[in-house]
Design a protein around this ligand. Structure first.
Ligand SMILES: O=C(O)CCC(=O)C(=O)O
Ligand SMILES: [Fe+2]
Length: 304
């Protein structure tokens, strides 16, 4: 028997109310898919708690087919914490000249967006601030036919896969991650490009802050390698050449595909990731194509 148009259940109804709430791990080194959940609707307490537990276990959560407006997006995000606000003297993506950043950052290569169409190296958002954000959420509004994929890296798995001797060497180390937004405002005179490692003859940019190179996750208690791919760093108290060699080795390790999940975006996707357990990078895309997402970052705490 065929149904008439009027009798046929609509796709929206079946995805938002008929399909059950379900969280299933992705077939990858990290990530879980959340189904039967509409971020515009009031969730149950059990659902929000299940999402928090799943974030600890899987580090990133993927929601498909979401259509929140800005207020819905802020309301949903605030179940997981306060919206991130940088210190006035530490510029971050979207900071204005007075140091304030918007609650919702437009990550877009068109209109008033930020980050253009270039490749982005793997990083944890706001790593270079005293209290880096706990997590970020991106909502996809327009996506190019090719390129602009985002890859997340599991820093817990990367730490656990290190050999015993390396773990012993790095366990108590402190790492300064220099703020790349400061370097953009104050390029080094006479130096081509951005140095990969500060040498004794180059003054560090301030303010800077040191965090543990091996971080304990504040919720799960898991140990993880808290290091980005390309940001300028310095191991406190280490000879620069020895430090640079160690950092290069650790970076090569953590970027191995076995720790990664690459996301091919669809319009309506929301990805919520844990900045305290992952890095993310992005591939470049054709500047003639439009890519537009909105991002909310959540406040974090001092790493330990
Ligand atoms: O454009 C992307 O896929 C990621 C951009 C990014 O690093 C971010 O929004 O934090
Ligand atoms: Fe980012």
């Amino acid at each position: 028997m065929s149904l008439s148009v009027a009798e046929r259940p609509s796709a929206v109804a079946s995805s938002s109310s008929a399909s059950p709430f379900r969280i299933s791990p992705l077939d990858a080194a990290l990530g879980a898919l959340v189904e039967g959940f509409d971020v515009r609707r009031a969730p149950t307490g059990a659902q929000i708690h299940a999402l928090k537990v799943a974030l600890q276990d899987h580090h990133i959560l993927l929601f498909r087919g979401q259509q929140p407006d800005d207020e819905d997006f802020l309301q949903f995000s605030s179940y997981f914490g306060t919206i991130f606000s940088p210190p006035r003297n530490a510029p971050v993506l979207g900071s204005d000249p007075y140091g304030a950043a918007p609650d919702i950052v437009l990550v877009s290569n068109v209109e008033d967006g930020l980050l253009g169409n270039a490749e982005l190296t793997a990083h944890a958002d706001h790593h270079w601030t005293p209290q880096p954000s706990s997590g970020s959420l991106l909502h996809a509004l327009e996506i190019p036919a090719a390129g602009g994929d985002t890859t997340w890296f599991n820093l817990v798995a990367a730490y656990e896969a290190l050999d015993e001797a390396t773990r012993r060497e790095i366990d108590g180390l402190q790492l300064i991650t220099y703020n790349p937004f400061l370097r953009k405002r104050h390029p080094l005179p006479g130096v081509q490009g951005v140095p990969r490692y500060r040498t004794p003859d180059i003054e560090p940019l301030t303010p800077w802050v040191a965090h543990p190179l091996v971080r304990t996750h504040p919720d799960s208690g898991k140990r993880l390698l808290y290091l980005g791919e390309a940001t300028e760093v310095e191991i406190v108290g280490y000879d620069p050449a020895r430090g640079a060699a160690l950092i290069a080795r650790l970076r090569e390790h953590l970027l191995e595909p076995r720790f990664a999940y690459t996301h091919r975006w669809k319009v309506g996707d929301i990805v919520y990731w844990d900045n305290q357990a992952t890095l993310h990078s992005r591939t470049a895309f054709d500047p003639a194509l439009r890519r537009r997402l909105k991002r909310i970052s959540l406040a974090g705490s001092r790493p330990f």
